[in-house]
Design a protein around this ligand. Structure first.
Ligand SMILES: NC(=O)c1ccc[n+]([C@@H]2O[C@H](COP(=O)([O-])OP(=O)(O)OC[C@H]3O[C@@H](n4cnc5c(N)ncnc54)[C@H](OP(=O)(O)O)[C@@H]3O)[C@@H](O)[C@H]2O)c1
Length: 263
C-alpha cells in the first residue's frame, strides 16, 4: 500500500506528536520543530512502525526557518500538511516587545499561510492533498469579556486570521481534490503555555484532538472544534450572523445612528 507523505510542524510535543503517532501506520513523515533531539526521538519511534522519517529542525517564527520548510514543501511530494506549531505568549499588548509582535504573528499566522502556499502546487498537480491547520477556540474570542480568559490580543488575532484563511481557502479549492480543515481546540493538556493545560480538569488530551481532527476530515468538516457537540447548528448560526453583518452593512449610506441629529 502507498504511504502518504505528511509534513507536521510542531511535532516535537503535544498535538503535533499525537498526530504523528496516530498516522504512523499509513504515513511517512517530515517532522518540523526547533528541538531536533525531540524530533529524533519521535522519528525512531515512528521508524519502528515502518515509517520513513525526515527530521527538519526549523524556527518558524524566523524567515530563515520558514524558508527551510517552504523549500521542502516546494519539492511537491507532501500530500498531508499539518500546520500545528504555535505558541501562546499570553500578555497584554502593552507588555509585548515590538519584536515579539513580529515573531508571534509569523509563527501563529504567517507561517501556516506560507506553508499552505508552498504545498499547494504539488498537491494540485497530483490531484491529491489534505491541509490541516491548528488554530484555537480563542479565534472566536475577540468579543469575550470574561476576566478568567488569558490576555490574548495577539494570539487571538493570529488564530482568527488562520480561521478566516482556511474557511475562505476551502471555497477557493472547492472544485479541486484538496481538503482543508482548521482545528479549534479548547484547553489541551500539553506543554503549551508552560503546561498550564495539564493542571486544568476539563482539558482535552492531545491524542483526542488529533483523533477528532482526522475523523473530521473524513466527515468533510472545514472547521473542527473537537469538544463542540452540535457543531452544525453553531457554525450555521455563526454564518447567519456574519451574513447579516455583511449584507446589512454593505450599503451606500451610513446607518441612521450616524445621521446628524436635527437641532
Ligand atoms: N494546548 C492548548 O491548550 C491549545 C489550545 C488551542 C490551540 N492550541 C494550539 O495547538 C498547537 C499545538 O500546541 P500544543 O498544545 O501541542 O503545545 P506544545 O506541546 O507546546 O507544542 C507546540 C509545538 O510547536 C512547536 N513550536 C513552538 N514554537 C515554534 C517555533 N518558533 N518554530 C517551530 N516550532 C515551534 C514546538 O516545538 P519546539 O519548541 O521544539 O520548536 C512544539 O512542537 C499550537 O498551534 C497551539 O496554538 C493549543
Amino acid at each position: 500500500m502507498t504511504r502518504t507523505l505528511a509534513l507536521i510542524t510542531g511535532a516535537s510535543s503535544g498535538i503535533g506528536a499525537a498526530y504523528a503517532r496516530s498516522l504512523a501506520g499509513d504515513c511517512d513523515f517530515v517532522l518540523v520543530a526547533r528541538r531536533a533531539d525531540r524530533l529524533s526521538d519521535l522519528a525512531a519511534e515512528l521508524q519502528a512502525a515502518d515509517a520513513e522519517v525526515e527530521v527538519l529542525p526549523a524556527d518558524l517564527s524566523k524567515p530563515e526557518g520558514l524558508a527551510v520548510v517552504t523549500g521542502r514543501l516546494a519539492t511537491g511530494d507532501v500530500r498531508l500538511l499539518i500546520s500545528n506549531a504555535g505558541a501562546g505568549g499570553y500578555a497584554p499588548l502593552i507588555d509585548v516587545d515590538l519584536a515579539e509582535v513580529d515573531t508571534s504573528l509569523t509563527l501563529n499566522a504567517i507561517a501556516p499561510i506560507q506553508l499552505v502556499r508552498a504545498a499547494l502546487p504539488g498537491m494540485l498537480a497530483a490531484g491529491d492533498g489534505t491541509i490541516i491547520t491548528v488554530a484555537s477556540l480563542l479565534a472566536f474570542s475577540g468579543g469575550q469579556t470574561d476576566p478568567r480568559m488569558p490576555h490574548r490580543t495577539l494570539y487571538a488575532a493570529a488564530k482568527a486570521a488562520t480561521l478566516a484563511f482556511t474557511r475562505t481557502l476551502a471555497h477557493e479549492l472547492a472544485d479541486t481534490a484538496i481538503r482543508t480543515q482548521v482545528v479549534c481546540p479548547g484547553v489541551v493538556a500539553t506543554e503549551f503555555n508552560g503546561g498550564v493545560g495539564q493542571q486544568v480538569p476539563f482539558a482535552m488530551s492531545p491524542e483526542d484532538v488529533a483523533a477528532a481532527s482526522l475523523a473530521g476530515i473524513e466527515l468533510g468538516e472545514t472547521i473542527c472544534a473537537p469538544g463542540l457537540e452540535d457543531a452544525t447548528a453553531a457554525f450555521d448560526a455563526l454564518l447567519a450572523a456574519e451574513t447579516g453583518v455583511l449584507n446589512g452593512g454593505n450599503r451606500p449610506t451610513p446607518a441612521s445612528r450616524y445621521q446628524p441629529v436635527p437641532r
